[in-house]
Ligand binder design. Sequence first.
Ligand code: GLN
Length: 192
Amino acid sequence: MKIGVLALQGAFAEHSAVLQRLGVEAVEIRLPGQLENLDGLILPGGESTSITKLMRHYALTKKLHEMAVNGFPLFGTCAGMIVLAKGISNGKIEPVGVMEIDVKRNAFGRQVDSFETDVAIPVLGRNKFHAVFIRAPLIASVGTDVEILAKLPNGTIIAARQGKLLVTAFHPELTDDPRFHQYFLDIIAGKK
Ligand code: GLN
């Protein structure tokens, strides 16, 4: 399997490291021509304003939209989730906009804009997942085709899936638990 990691800005190197650990070829993607022959693409966390500006500049926004509509698997984490959302409640951002979710940027306020917590994610098994939130967005609402994968104890939605599109509000690449990346690989392989 060969998975791309969008490498315009943000935490892309960490995603590549997890993929390599799982025995998968990871390729850094900066230009549309590099999207050929990939089995899927990860959009990392970082700053969604910068990432979407760079994506537009390099003609990646529409190309990825088209590919996603045709079933190409995408996994967006944190800012990457914002890039995939159809609805963004704050911030002037032109997203890829393929997933039926509404997100709110920087949703956890200033005092607690970064925190870590163990969350239950049933599709990953019984052990909780250590989730790292850095100026994280939240998912305010989801469309009918979207499966909610995880919530915080207060009900805030923090991970979801729609077909071969997967998103998390947190950073699964910053822990040494590769289960979320493995889940994405299983979705691509049609095992989940
Ligand atoms: N606050 C960032 C944004 O809105 C996301 C933060 C992150 O990806 N860690 O783009």
